[in-house]
Ligand binder design. Structure first.
Ligand SMILES: [Zn+2]
Length: 153
C-alpha cells in the first residue's frame, strides 16, 4: 500500500515538472528502483514526442530550398536554371536567323528559284529544330515559368 502511495507521489512530482526542468533526486532514485514508474515515464515521453511532432515547424518549401535539394542531387541543376543560358540560347538563335537571312538575301540576287526554295526549307527546318532543342533542353525552365504563372494568377 505504501509503495503505491510513493509511486503516485513520484508521478505527481514528475508530471508537475516543467519542460527541461531537472528531475529531483528522490524521483530519479524511485525511477531507478521502480519498474512500474519507469514504464510510465517512458510511455509519457513517447506520448509527448508524438504530440509534439506535428507542431514542429516544417522546412518552408520555396524555390531556394528546392534548388538547394536539387543542387545536392545534381550539381548541374542550377546551371540549367541559370537565366544566362537562356539568354545565350536566344543570342545564338538570333545570330542563326540573321546569318540565314543574310545568306538568303545574298542568294536572292541570283534569282534561282530552286536554290531559294531549298534554302527556305533548310532554314525552316533549322529554326524548328532549334526551337525544339531549345524547349527540350530548357523544359524545366518553361515548366517552372508556367507553374509560377499559375500560382500567381
Ligand atoms: Zn513507482
Amino acid at each position: 500500500m505504501k509503495k503505491i502511495e510513493e509511486c503516485n507521489r513520484v508521478m505527481d512530482i514528475y508530471l508537475g515538472l516543467d519542460k527541461g526542468e531537472r528531475v529531483p533526486l528522490n524521483v530519479t532514485l524511485h525511477l531507478l528502483t521502480c519498474a512500474k514508474c519507469r514504464k510510465q515515464v517512458k510511455g509519457l515521453k513517447k506520448a509527448e514526442k508524438l504530440a509534439r511532432a506535428p507542431l514542429e515547424i516544417p522546412v518552408p518549401i520555396d524555390d531556394s530550398t528546392i534548388l538547394a535539394v536539387m543542387h545536392k542531387i545534381n550539381p548541374q541543376y542550377s546551371e540549367l536554371k541559370n537565366p544566362i543560358s537562356i539568354t545565350k540560347w536566344i543570342i545564338y538563335g538570333l545570330a542563326m536567323i540573321v546569318f540565314m537571312l543574310a545568306f538568303g538575301l545574298s542568294k536572292f540576287q541570283e534569282s534561282n528559284k530552286g536554290v531559294m526554295i531549298s534554302f527556305y526549307i533548310v532554314f525552316a527546318l533549322a529554326v524548328s529544330a532549334y526551337c525544339a532543342i531549345f524547349v527540350g533542353t530548357n523544359m524545366d525552365y518553361f515548366v517552372k515559368m508556367m507553374t509560377t504563372k499559375k500560382t500567381a494568377a
